[in-house]
Design a protein around this ligand. Structure first.
Ligand SMILES: N[C@@H](CCC(=O)N[C@@H](CS)C(=O)NCC(=O)O)C(=O)O
Length: 217
């Protein structure tokens, strides 16, 4: 363990980085922000110095307690286990399963399909123009949001699972914010819209918003 200041490698628009920024803010953890520009010069995620930290060439990565961590959900679980207040997961096993289920709906089922490298490959291998790429992403966001809306009808209180913020809100808000770039609006998802609006207005979520980051464009 080390008590050096934490360092977050992040890109302002990255929804996975946004999740970790929310977790750090909720836990009141001070950190240095290091921007990794995913687009300029072929992407800083591929530069050897960063690849040594994150061999998957992705943000976020977090240096904390002398460790190098990556993958936003394990990072958030690490923060929760080492700094339990405020908790990011419900006290009961069923609540935890539902919060993790919603988090994975975003992390495993929606976000990977909108990743920069996936969109680049659609362009290079199939000639997909920007409009086609946006339609592809929007299709998968809508199918994911339809499923999430159905789940939330059973789980939501003030927030996605009951009345306290959980991992589910930490994943849903960045996905909702990022979806606007692909022309996805929330008229058909009233519970998701309400939950995301309430969580998104909390100070920790606002501080983590892409527009508030040092590398925001
Ligand atoms: N499941 C990973 C996803 C990480 C990820 O996909 N990060 C994106 C930005 S949101 C990235 O670095 N993409 C780089 C690329 O596609 O080249 C996590 O939760 O940390």
């Amino acid at each position: 363990m080390s008590d050096a200041r934490a360092v977050l490698y992040s890109y302002f628009r990255s929804s996975a980085s946004y999740r970790v920024r929310i977790g750090l803010a909720l836990k009141g953890i001070d950190y240095e922000y290091r921007a990794v520009h995913l687009v300029e010069e072929g992407g800083a995620q591929y530069k050897p110095a960063y690849a040594a930290l994150n061999p998957m060439h992705e943000v976020p990565s977090l240096l904390i307690d002398g460790y190098v961590l990556s993958q936003s959900l394990p990072i958030l679980e690490y923060l929760d286990e080492t700094r339990p207040a405020p908790p990011l997961l419900p006290a009961d096993a069923y609540g935890r399963a539902k919060a993790r289920q919603l988090a994975e709906c975003v992390n495993a089922s929606i976000q990977p399909l909108q990743n920069l490298r996936v969109l680049k490959k659609l362009e290079s291998d199939f000639g997909a123009v920007e409009e086609t790429r946006r339609a592809w992403v929007a299709h998968f966001i809508h199918s994911g949001f339809r499923g999430i809306e159905a789940i939330l009808r059973d789980t939501a209180g003030t927030y996605a699972v009951g009345d306290a913020v959980t991992l589910a809100d930490i994943c849903l808000v960045p996905q909702v914010v990022g979806s606007a770039r692909f022309g996805v609006t929330l008229e058909d998802y009233p519970v998701l819209a309400a939950v995301a609006a309430r969580a998104g207005a909390l100070p920790a979520f606002e501080a983590a918003h892409p527009s508030r980051q040092p590398d925001a464009q």
